[in-house]
Ligand binder design. Structure first.
Ligand code: ADP
Ligand code: MG
Length: 138
């Protein structure tokens, strides 16, 4: 069994989609190991997305991700990282396969409802970010 980090973003929280998104995740066979509701400060949003430092959309992303509460969730399943990426669909909802979480809930490439780790390495780091020692101050 592998773990991955899933996060419901501020646009989906604002639209009261937490319950239906979690239902889709549980239906796909994921086990919820831990979960929080937290409002990120801009500096923590920037830290979380440090791999995107220098990208033209980073400021917009940091502003969006700190604009309201997010729900980070620690998930477990067989082949969790790839299975969750398949379940959420492409970054841009216009390119997301029908039935995926982003096809159903995302508004745009920026406001795209959810995040999922893209590799086992980033899953470890992102789980640590929200659930490890020191995460309590976020
Ligand atoms: P993913 O979330 O699918 O792994 P990326 O890691 O490429 O996608 O990007 C991280 C997040 O940054 C995206 O989910 C999206 O919210 C935002 N983003 C990416 N590209 C753009 C863009 N061109 N314009 C606005 N926001 C973007
Ligand atoms: Mg990514």
């Amino acid at each position: 069994m592998d773990e991955t980090l899933f996060m419901i973003k501020p646009d989906a929280v604002e639209k009261h989609r937490i319950g239906s998104i979690l239902a889709e995740v549980e239906r796909a066979g994921f086990e919820i190991l831990d979960m929080r509701l937290v409002r990120l400060r801009p500096r923590d949003a920037r830290l979380f997305y440090a791999v995107h430092e220098g990208k033209p959309f980073l400021e917009e992303l940091v502003q969006f991700m700190s604009s309201g509460p997010v729900v980070p969730i620690r998930l477990r399943r067989e082949k969790a990282v790839q299975a969750l990426r398949d379940l959420i669909g492409a970054t841009d909802p216009r390119e997301a396969r029908p039935g995926t979480i982003r096809a159903l809930h995302a508004e745009s490439k920026g406001r795209n409802a959810v995040h999922a780790s893209d590799s086992p390495e980033s899953a470890r780091a992102e789980i640590e970010f929200f659930f490890g020692d020191g995460a309590a101050r976020r």
